[in-house]
Design a protein around this ligand. Structure first.
Ligand code: FES
Length: 318
């Protein structure tokens, strides 16, 4: 699908380090519609892309004439959020048409929406859609403190008693996920968007409460592939015997693409599972949220968009 070139209509601060960007076609034309949970891939000046969820606060997703994004300025931004936060009204952005890897399940089952920090952006659109369709839902939105929580006021207005806000500083700690998940009806679908620890805790609590994996949907909202102290390591391609070095500042995918190897991937955050690759030798440093604890322990699969190595070399089934 061709990329869209849109103009930035407005930029405003909506929370600490969070800006809302409103985009429209230069000629005011209608934009491709999208379903709740969708995102666009924004192209950066260096050619890389960053995914940002489409925020739908008022049920215009089906026939929008503008797109709204909410972007957190990451403290260790590798360029995406820093570029976004430097934009001014009138600037132009190139982006993909909407894609959706975090859609609401079909049917009338109740929904439990759980958002942490900037993970609220797709959850906003889900709550809007559920309310518009008259489907039962509950939304829980957690942040470090009130000033860090984007869209909280408008969500309170739109969703009233369906919304619970959790401020870590007031509560004295993070959102207690287990009792929230345990109190959901057995047929509930649970949607979680936030940092890795929240997703892992929610999946664990949902499993313990008897929810099936098909009832638990999640999207990771952090660029966590690289960490301070990361070291280079080698990867061996099993089919050819080639060995490449993955530098400390690149992911396995980035390093292999630099060598001209074609790979299949999508989210590059470690939550979609598309880049899952067989691991034949070596020990992985798993940084995805896809694998279960048992799968991690088995050490036979790796998500090469984010995970790295604990051993000097990994032999990949490629
Ligand atoms: S590309 Fe999505 S998990 Fe790796």
């Amino acid at each position: 699908m061709p990329e869209l070139t849109l103009s930035l209509l407005s930029v405003r601060d909506v929370a600490e380090r969070v800006r809302e960007f409103t985009l429209a076609a230069p000629d005011g034309a209608k934009l491709p519609g999208f379903a709740a949970g969708a995102h666009v891939e924004v192209r950066l000046p260096d050619g890389e892309t960053r995914p940002y969820s489409l925020v739908d606060l008022d049920a215009t997703a089906a026939g929008p004439d503008r797109y709204v994004l909410g972007v957190l300025l990451e403290r260790d931004s590798r360029g995406g959020s820093r570029h976004m936060h430097a934009l001014q009204p009138g600037d132009t952005l190139t982006l993909s048409a909407p894609k959706n890897s975090f859609a609401l399940a079909e049917g009338a089952a109740p929904a439990l929406l759980i958002a942490g920090g900037i993970g609220i952006t797709p959850i906003v659109s889900m709550a809007t859609a559920l309310k518009a369709e008259g489907r039962p839902y509950r939304m829980v939105y957690a942040g470090r403190h009130a000033g860090a929580m984007a869209f909280a006021d408008v969500l309170r207005d739109h969703h009233g008693a369906a919304l619970t806000l959790h401020h870590d500083d007031v509560a004295g700690g993070p959102l207690p996920l287990a009792p929230i998940i345990q109190s959901a009806a057995p047929e509930t679908h649970i949607y979680v968007c936030g940092p890795r620890a929240m997703i892992e805790a929610a999946r664990e609590a949902a499993t313990a409460a008897g929810f099936t994996p098909e009832q638990v949907h999640f999207e990771l909202f952090e660029q966590a592939a690289l960490q301070t102290g990361d070291q280079p390591f080698e990867v061996e391609i099993a089919s050819t015997g080639q060995v490449f070095t993955v530098p400390a500042d690149k992911t396995i995918i980035e390093a292999l693409e630099d060598e001209g190897i074609d790979l299949i991937y999508d989210c590059q955050r470690g939550d979609c599972g598309i880049c899952q690759t067989g691991l034949l030798e070596g020990e992985a440093d798993h940084r995805d949220v896809v694998l279960t604890d048992a799968e991690r322990a088995a050490n036979t699969l790796i998500h090469i968009c984010v995970s790295r190595a604990r051993s000097a070399r990994l032999k990949l089934d490629l």
